[in-house]
Write a protein that binds this ligand. Structure first.
Ligand SMILES: Nc1ncnc2c1ncn2[C@@H]1O[C@H](COP(=O)(O)OP(=O)(O)OP(=O)(O)O)[C@@H](O)[C@H]1O
Ligand SMILES: [Mg+2]
Length: 233
């Protein structure tokens, strides 16, 4: 479904991505792990066209490197960035509506606004409250739900559990599994090994702008050397 080949990206003169290769199949949850600053978010941004990608990014066989972010989104890739990217002056409901694609009606795709309220009662309770007054965790949920409203076929979710309470982390894990159940592919950027090992079908580990390990969660569990060198702090 998504095929990334020899992807490079730069910030000014800094060569951040140095030939990333990865792929995601239909309905898979793929985790992208790595320490701070190795280029996980930059990988998502380069796929999305928010950072200029050098190399090949194919979505359903079509080359998308060079397309603008809104074009990539309209083709069916959703991105949930790591910063809480809400519209603070708008209500929860209004934020969710803004996730719909141009011309898309609520409930026409896999997800309806009511699904979001069913999954996250916090959002339901705050449906008509300005998003700025919500907690960081709630804003994180809202960002994820807004992306789902656009009915992506592939969603890249950047550190959804960062700063969340254990109960909220569990909730996010359940939602990620629900996303997979509805046939949506997921690229899950994580720092927490546990959630990735629990729910991912496959795992990539990044180090210094490249993929340094690819395998199943079981294989990563057995590779203490990889975890020591590239994951543990
Ligand atoms: N806008 C930017 N301008 C310049 N350098 C940047 C910018 N964004 C990121 N970088 C640098 O690029 C490298 C990769 O950053 P990236 O955000 O992809 O890391 P990451 O793996 O997502 O880690 P984390 O989210 O924990 O910071 C880092 O060294 C970072 O300092
Ligand atoms: Mg990041």
């Amino acid at each position: 479904m998504l095929e990334v080949n020899d992807l490079h990206a730069y910030y000014g003169k800094s060569h951040i991505l140095q030939g990333v290769n990865l792929n995601i199949q239909e309905g898979e949850i793929v985790a992208l792990l790595g320490r701070n600053g190795v280029g996980r978010s930059t990988t998502c941004k380069a796929i999305m066209g928010e950072v200029v990608p050098h190399g090949s990014v194919k979505f359903r066989g079509q080359e998308i490197a060079g397309k603008k972010a809104f074009e990539v989104a309209n083709l069916g890739i959703g991105y949930v960035p790591e910063n809480r990217d809400i519209f603070p002056g708008l209500t929860t409901r209004q934020n969710l509506i803004l996730g719909l694609k141009p011309g898309q009606k609520d409930g026409a795709g896999r997800w309806a606004m009511q699904d979001m309220f069913d999954m996250f009662s916090n959002l339901s309770e705050r449906a008509d409250v300005e998003a700025s007054v919500m907690s960081g965790g709630e804003q994180q949920m809202l960002t994820m739900c807004r992306t789902l409203m656009g009915d992506p076929d592939l969603v890249m979710i950047d550190e959804p559990t960062e700063g969340l309470s254990p109960q909220m982390v569990q909730k996010v894990a359940t939602v990620l599994q629900e996303i997979a159940k509805r046939g949506v592919s997921t690229l899950l950027v994580e720092q927490k090994l546990s959630i990735a090992l629990d729910i991912a079908d496959r795992v990539y580990v990044m180090g210094h702008g490249q993929v340094v390990f690819e395998g199943t969660p079981l294989e990563l569990k057995s590779r203490e050397d990889v975890r020591k060198e590239w994951l543990e702090v």
